[in-house]
Structure formats: C-alpha cells, structure tokens
Design a protein around this ligand. Structure first.
Ligand code: PBG
Length: 329
C-alpha cells in the first residue's frame, strides 16, 4: 500500500458526502429563509404620488400614503406579511407633538393599509426623534433627555397608532419603563389585542447613519449614548430583555443584527421568546455600496447575511431587503 491508499482507507467519516449536490445540501440544510419571517420597513411622508429615493439607501424610498399602500401591496403579493412604519411629519417641534396626531403620516398609513389589506400585519415604530425639532428621542431639559416625561409622550404616540389600527407597536426609544406604561395604557382602553415588539437591546450604533437621512432624524447636537446601549455590553442586553419581558413585551428585538449575532443568540437561548433582529440601514447600505462597485455578489451576500441572522436565533428579521429576498424564495 502506498501513502495515498493508506490515507484513503483510514477516513471513515466523510462530511463532504452530504455536500455533493444541491439535492444533498438542501436535504440537510439547518437554516431556511422564509418570507413569513420578514418585516419590511417603510417611510411614510406627506403628499401624494411621492416616491423619493434615499440617496444612501438605494431601493428605499420616502413614500406618500398612496405609495406606501402600493409598495406594501406589492410586498404582500410577494409573500411578505408584515410592514414596519416610520413617519416624516409635516412639522417638528420641541415635544414632537405630530407623533400622536391622528392625521400624521403613520396614522394615515395604518388606516389606509388596514382598509385595503386587513390581514397584513402593521407594526409602527414608536419614537419621537423623527418628530422633534432637535432630533432627540425625547423631551429635553437643557441637553438632557428626561425619561418619565418622554414616556408619557411615547404612550400618547403608541395609543394613537393603536387607535388607527396598528397590530403591533414597537417602541424604539430606549427610555426606562416605557413597555409597562404602554401596556397599561393600551389595556385600560380595551386594546389588549395590540402587541408590543420592544426594541429591547438597541445599541448606540454608527450603523444607523443612513436611516437618519431617510427619516430626517439626526440629533442637532450630541448623540444617543445616554439611552442606547454601549456596544461593548451583552450582560446588560440580557437585563434589558428580561425587564421588557417582565413589563409586557410580546416580541423582543436586538438591533443592529450582523455585528450583534452573539447578542441575538444569547437572548434566544436565555428567554426562548419570539426574537426579532433588525438588519439596519448601515448594514443594508454597506452591501448596496459594495455591490454597486462590483465588489461583492449582492444576492449571495444578502442571503448569507440574512441566513446568519436566522442561524443566530432570530425568528423575525426586519430588513430593507425584504422584497428582494422574498422574490428569490
Ligand atoms: C428611531 C429609530 C432608529 C432606527 C429605528 N428606529 C434610529 C435611531 O435610533 O437613531 C434605526 C433603523 C435603521 O438604521 O435602519 N429611534
């Protein structure tokens, strides 16, 4: 026996056997992407017939209500069952009072979507940064974001979304105690059926840059470090999630997604709760930019990133790629 034959003889376990063809690979695939797990974010703005592309997010648009409906229907026809709405108000002030107006873009979009496609799940982002003149997520005292007065305004905002017909409200502000406050306000008004998806472990991330262009919500001064989480921490993320569950969150979210796969995994392992991950604007913009340069194969990179997020334990993925992915499934 020569050396090659000897080596061949010794190998009894051959993991390559199950990788031979696509049929083998599909048979043993552990993680699958399905359109059921996707949430598609949309930016509602005033006007009619408006479809304004966000420069840093190719393929993402600020949409007037008629266009939100058109976009959501196209997505629904491709198998997407849930959208997440953000709003660009007509007017901003220090309190963000347009956040809870019944005729603001988000509330109008919710009603319009529920009218045409009641089974489409409508989720609304609850935060004030798109509505305040200073771009901060809450009420200011000097340069400090004051927690409890902000929670009161978030409650008003969540209630107005629920009254418009939202199925799920999603507080993204990271104030303390807001999940409990929103849950009790909804229950007191007989809206027990409205679910809460809390942005539970939301990090203070550089990857939100393009979103702030899309939602016109960049802070006029300072940053969001006094309420969003330090990227270095994971034990704290588990405390945030535990607290939100105790306060009444139905779904918990980790955000961003790809740089925080370990956090997704630990949250899913520890709590076993429906867990969402948000592939944020910067994650999307990086893939788009590299693809536009011809530096990566975009469909493959998109699938790989989204598969990794699922594999880490996310049941739900919020992604600007929702339609592009759904079309390939
Ligand atoms: C609102 C909010 C933000 C995002 C979702 N909700 C921005 C922020 O916290 O500054 C980011 C989403 C994205 O980057 O795609 N507070």
């Amino acid at each position: 026996m020569n050396v090659t034959e000897l080596a061949t003889f010794a190998i009894t376990k051959r993991l390559r056997r199950l990788r031979q063809t696509e049929s083998f690979r599909a048979l043993v695939r552990e993680t699958r992407l399905t359109p059921d797990a996707l949430v598609y974010p949309l930016f509602a703005c005033p006007g009619e017939g408006v479809r304004r592309e966000v420069p840093s997010m190719p393929g993402v648009f600020q949409l007037s209500i008629d266009e939100v409906v058109r976009e959501a229907m196209a997505a629904a026809d491709e198998g997407i069952r849930a959208v997440l709405l953000f709003g660009l108000p007509e007017h901003k002030d220090a309190e963000g009072s347009h956040a809870w107006r019944p005729d603001a873009p988000v509330q109008r979009a919710v009603r319009a979507l529920k009218r045409v496609r009641p089974e489409l799940l409508v989720i609304t982002d609850v935060c004030l940064c798109e509505y305040t003149s200073h771009g901060h997520c809450g009420v200011l005292s000097g340069e400090e974001i004051v927690n409890d007065p902000t929670v009161a305004l978030l409650v008003r905002t969540a209630l107005s979304h629920a009254e418009a017909g939202a199925d799920i409200v999603a507080p993204s502000d990271m104030m303390d105690g807001r999940v409990r406050a929103i849950r009790s306000a909804l229950d007191e008004r007989g809206m027990q059926q409205v679910a809460i998806m809390s942005y539970a472990a939301k990090y203070c991330s550089a990857f939100y840059g393009p979103f702030r262009e899309a939602a016109d919500s960049a802070p006029a001064f300072g940053d969001r470090r006094s309420h969003q989480m330090d990227p270095s921490n994971v034990e704290e993320a588990l405390r945030e999630v535990a607290l939100d569950i105790e306060e009444g969150a139905d779904i918990v979210m980790v955000k961003p997604a790809l740089p925080y796969l370990d956090v997704i995994w630990r949250v899913k392992e520890r709590f076993g709760y429906p867990t969402a991950a948000y592939q944020v604007s910067g994650e999307y913009a990086m893939l788009k930019a590299a693809a536009q340069h011809g530096w990566i194969d975009e469909p493959r990179a998109m699938r790989e990133a989204l598969t990794a997020i699922r594999r880490a334990g996310a049941d739900i993925i919020i992604t600007y790629y929702a339609r592009e992915l759904a079309r390939t499934l």
